[in-house]
Every structure is written in structure tokens, then in C-alpha cells.
Design a protein. Sequence first.
Length: 276
Amino acid sequence: MKKKRYLPFGYQMIKGQYEVVPEESKLIQKIFHQYLAGISLQRLAKNAEETGLKFRENANGWNKNMIARILDDERYWSGEPFPTIISRELAIKVTHLRRSKAMPESPIRFLLKKTTCPQCGEHLSRNSKDFPRIFWECKKCGTRFGPFSDEDILKAVSQKFLNLCRNPGLAEEMESLDNKLSLKVTRLTHEIDQTLNQRQVEPEKALSLILECAAEKYRVCQMGRLDHRTWIIQEKLKEHSEDKEMDRQLFSQIIEKVILEPKGSVKLQLINEKII
């Protein structure tokens, strides 16, 4: 019996009853399972094309819109008035995946790689499975908090960053470079000279002092590097003191981490390691 194509793909009517078309129902099941496995709509359309089956009598091939219509058609799992082809469990999984892909891009996407755990300092993952309820999770220490909306996080970060733009002095270290330096290096250098000028040099003591002095000099060099970064930050901020909106390019240049707190507040770690 020739199939009437006003019926959904996968069904036919015999003696007044809706019945499943075996070959088409197998393709429908395959489409659902492959979509859930990550196969694109375009690829699924190509696979359907290769079966030789037609979506409609007058259809010239398959396209991704036809696949989308199949995935969104509740008649395949509702059970009324058509026989069930897709289990409700599979339908729920596919529907959830379809909705998640249809969601607008998160406004805080540019923050995601910088967001860190306040407990252990590791990267925080954004969990949107219960969208619009967004949770944040740390895979290392197990910290999980939320829900926070993306808009609330963006607002907290923007306020903190714009305050920094208006007050570039916040980027400065508590101590100046001059105060960080030299006293310990000078003392260690003097002790090394005294040790080496003794009649009986103690090699282990001398080596220990030399290594300690070298470590302190390295620390001092690192401090100098951080002070240079502070200068870079402040120079960049000079052009943004009147900003009303956060400049994302500037943000990416001078912010190392966004530390998200359990109640939704944030701290920003600058590239000179200062936390504000």
C-alpha cells in the first residue's frame, strides 16, 4: 500500500490504524542515538541520504532541517496516537542536548579560562546542565557553589575592574622595590666574605651561605620583574580612567585570574600577582 506522506516519517496507515514502517523506524532510532553521540545534523542528513529512504514522497534528498524535525517530533515517543518508536528516556536526553545547543552564548565566556577556586587556586568549571541555574565546580578539591547567573558574575567582575581603572594605585605592591631589596643580600655577602677569609674555611658553611645568597638575589630579581609589570599595568590603565564599560582586551592583558567566592563576589589577581 502506498504511504500517505502527510503522516510523520516512520509511520503508515493500514486499515485505519497507524503502524510503524520498520526500515524508517530503524533510521529514526539511529538518528537519535548518533545525535546523542555527537554526530552533526549535516552528517546525519548525509547518512540518511545514503539509505535511499525519502523523508517525503516529493523530497529531493535529505537536509539538516529534516533531521532537526525528526529529533524535535514528540510523536515518536508520546505514544498517542502513534506507536512509540523512541523511548522516553532517550527522547529526554536528546531534547536536553538540543536545548543546551540552542542556548545563547554565555556573556562570560571570556572569563572562563581565568576563573579559579578560592580554596585551592585551581581552575573552576562552569556547570550549566541545570540552565539557567549555573553552578561552579573545582575538580581538584571538590568545591561547588552557586547557583549564580552569568549576568551577576559579569556585573561583579565589571564593577571590580572599573574600580581598578579609576584607581590605578590599587595595582601597586604594599612595599616599594627599595624596601624589598638588599638588606638580606648585603648581610649574606658580608658573611660569605668573612667565612672565606678565615684561616680554616668551612666548606659546608660557605656553600650554604652562597646558595642562600643566590636564592635571595633571584627573589630580588623576581620582585624587580613584578615591579615592571606594575608599571605596565598602570600605564595601560591611564587610558581607561573614564571607562563606563569593561574593556575586554585590557582585561585579558592585565588580569591573571578571577577568584570566584562562594557567595558570588570576586577577587582579581593582576599579572604582578597583586590581588584586589
